[in-house]
Ligand binder design. Sequence first.
Ligand code: CTP
Length: 403
Amino acid sequence: MPNPLKNQTILLGVTGSIAAYKAADLASKLHQAEAIVEVVLTNSALKFITPLTFQSVTGRKAYTDADLWGGEGHVTHIGLGRAARLIVIAPASANTIAKLAHGIADNLLSVTVLASHCPLLIAPAMDAGMYDHPATTENIGILKNRGAHFVGPTAGHLASGLVGVGRMSEPQEILNYARWILSTGGPLSGKKIVVTAGGTQEPIDPVRLITNRSSGKQGFALAQAAADVGADVVLISTVTHLPVPVGASLVKVCTAAEMHQAVLQEIQTADILIMAAAVADFRPAKQADQKIKKDSGVTTIPLEPTIDILQAVNEYRKKTGYPRKVIGFAAESQNLLENATKKLQAKGLDLIIANDISASDAGFEADTNRVTFLYPNGEQKNLSKMAKSEVSEKVIEQVIEWC
Ligand code: CTP
């Protein structure tokens, strides 16, 4: 399950740009993600980097135009083009983009693209003036109309010394985009999954707030796992420093009240809600308009309860039937199963994931978790200690079973 890149043949086309050095990192990352990476370099790319670099990171032959006219040349491009599940061109020069837009096939890479039937992902890299040129804009438009995907370019320092838009996107971002393209048509295609992540932040005054130690990692991993199987993911999060899965939309919130509003809005059309957020149970009864000064001698901050979002979702679901299924988390430091079972029943959940936060290798800041799945019929599944990404895959396997 997940990892849509696993065992997929990805053809990486590398063209003439200084960003070609980053393509080696991309090839390495794709290889580490268990994709089968075929690399084709244009003659201009060879001015910046050698085939040996790519062979070293992918463990496979890297192709050049010399292979176009060799003994097997007449079939090389057909074989490469047909075998690919995805062609990624990174960096893509203005010249190669122009050739692809107009069906010009005068080197191994452009011939191979013409012979292929798979999706095409293009990561342009060029000087800002070339990127802005109407010819490039039109060529990109032609390719987009034909269904090609583009990632970047981004703004920053360019090889020419200018600052502008033209830098190739970072390899990780290109990989994430490739991952999303390959997840299309997965088992949760057409299903809307709403995931909440992170600890809510309840303001005391304009500079201080009450929050908790939730990192948001589990929620983001759940969003990625759902996106990996083709779901339409809405991530409602207090955390913004983690990478949002490509294809997922982020709704940024801070307080429990904002999260409540966003959840009620999104669940109206949702198949599944996964509440992985650590929602504050109490908030300051009154937020001070101005920074509280130490001279004022404040020694207590009166609190009031926040709304229980899952209780509110339960009420809404009884009336409308949406969302179809609801999953909650229970972070407990004692009496794990007893407390989690109470929450499962009180909040009307279809599954609760009980999480023992007293262990140092599980819980809020760790990358691993040790959880038990509890169902309304009393069924229990104990999962061994595993990465938060693996816990997420198990949750999404359950969601696939329901859908
Ligand atoms: N939750 C919620 N709204 C709240 C508090 C919690 O929807 N105001 C959700 C959490 O996102 C989680 C589940 O309820 O999925 C359990 O949260 P947890 O903090 O473990 O339980 P509480 O109900 O807050 O009870 P307690 O803090 O007393 O353990």
